[in-house]
Design a binder for this molecule. Structure first.
Ligand SMILES: Cc1cc2nc3c(=O)[nH]c(=O)nc-3n(C[C@H](O)[C@H](O)[C@H](O)COP(=O)(O)OP(=O)(O)OC[C@H]3O[C@@H](n4cnc5c(N)ncnc54)[C@H](O)[C@@H]3O)c2cc1C
Length: 324
């Protein structure tokens, strides 16, 4: 039997120290600023709190973890089961002289880059340009400017669906282009990297400034967006790599509009909520782009953005369908 949000909240309440709320709104946490509520939201205080909640939660209740939701589209009908956000209690970092850094996965990537730069630890300046959390970076193997999350990775701690705390090596994480093979029900709680010690902080600051300037020039960083919508059809390093945006452009989709959602004129692999778009507008725009790219270039683009939750009634979206 499906548990309602209020029932999940009543069950978890006595076992957790953090915040539990049935029917909590999610839209304001997401970069797109769209989507329905969580059946139940949990903001645990720390790793033990998270583990305690998962240990008592019946296995049939679906669990979704969100970082800063910079790569996620929450559908209009809301998210079933328990949604977990790791923020305070998961946002501290510790640096060591040999270049080792351990950080909570609720820490923003950009802040992590600054912490490493202040400590003179190199290898993390690319994180300055990625607007997610370290948890999202681990799940997505986030990367930019020639760097990827996997590069200096040592290990990660995670909580399993039944509340066990485990540690994963790089081999167990199985990093690929914008993807990890680690079981989907693992919630990463902290990560350890080993960077290059003894780098002049001013050099690292200059690298971060370069990343910021590049971003502001080439991407709609101030808009309501989810970053790169589609994965590049060829992984990095492929000779004559075909970027997703080139296919979108070839199919004539730059500036395409559905409802209040638009394909960015500045970077056409970005979809933007101009203000009052629904999640369905955004997803229909993405499927329309996929349909047109398939028709024009013969390539099937895969979504990089995670789409989660239920469609609103009567607002379902079908793959590879032209809605324009
Ligand atoms: C303007 C803009 C620019 C961007 N540029 C880049 C870029 O250059 N390179 C790049 O790689 N990405 C980029 N992105 C996409 C996004 O920022 C990254 O994918 C980021 O790593 C997502 O982190 P998040 O915390 O926002 O994850 P979310 O969107 O919250 O979640 C993404 C996925 O990670 C999972 N997840 C989140 N936290 C955890 C956790 N603790 N444990 C387990 N799973 C978890 C979620 O369940 C979901 O499946 C960009 C996005 C925007 C809006």
């Amino acid at each position: 039997m499906t548990m309602r949000g209020a029932e999940i909240a009543a069950l978890l309440g006595p076992h957790v120290r953090g915040r539990v709320e049935a029917g909590a709104s999610l839209a304001e946490f997401t970069w797109f600023r769209v989507g329905g509520p969580a059946d139940c939201l949990l903001v645990p205080q720390d790793e033990d709190d998270l583990a305690a909640a998962l240990a008592v939660l019946p296995v049939e209740v679906p669990v979704t973890v969100l970082g800063l939701a910079s790569n996620t589209l929450v559908r209009d009908g809301g998210v079933p089961g328990l949604v977990i956000r790791l923020i305070r209690g998961f946002s501290q970092a510790q640096t060591f002289e040999d270049g080792t850094v351990t950080a909570g996965t609720g820490m923003a990537d950009a802040r992590f880059a600054r912490v490493c730069a202040d400590a003179g630890i190199g290898g993390f300046s690319f994180f300055r340009g990625i607007p997610g959390s370290l948890g999202g970076a681990l799940r997505m193997n986030a990367g930019a400017h020639g760097g990827e999350t996997k590069d200096n990775f040592v290990s990660a701690r995670a909580v399993t669906r039944n509340g066990q705390i485990v540690t994963l090596t790089a081999a167990q994480m199985g990093f690929h282009y914008r993807h990890t093979d680690a079981p989907l029900d693992l919630i990463f709680t902290s990560v350890t990297f080993k960077g290059t010690p003894g780098v002049d902080p001013l050099v690292l600051k200059a690298q971060m400034d370069e990343v910021s300037t590049y971003r502001e020039t080439h991407q709609p960083t101030k808009d309501r967006t989810g970053g790169s919508t589609f994965k590049n059809p060829d992984p990095p390093g492929t000779p004559n790599q075909r970027s997703a945006w080139k296919h979108v452009d070839a199919a004539g989709c730059r500036g395409l509009v559905i409802g209040d959602a638009i394909v960015s004129e500045k970077h056409c692999n970005f979809l933007i909520n101009r203000g009052s778009a629904t999640a369905a507008d955004i997803e229909r725009l993405g499927e329309t782009v996929r349909a047109r790219v398939r028709a024009v270039t013969g390539v099937d683009l895969d979504w990089e953005i995670k789409r989660i939750g239920r469609f609103a009634e009567g607002a379902e979206v079908s793959p590879f369908t032209d809605y324009a």
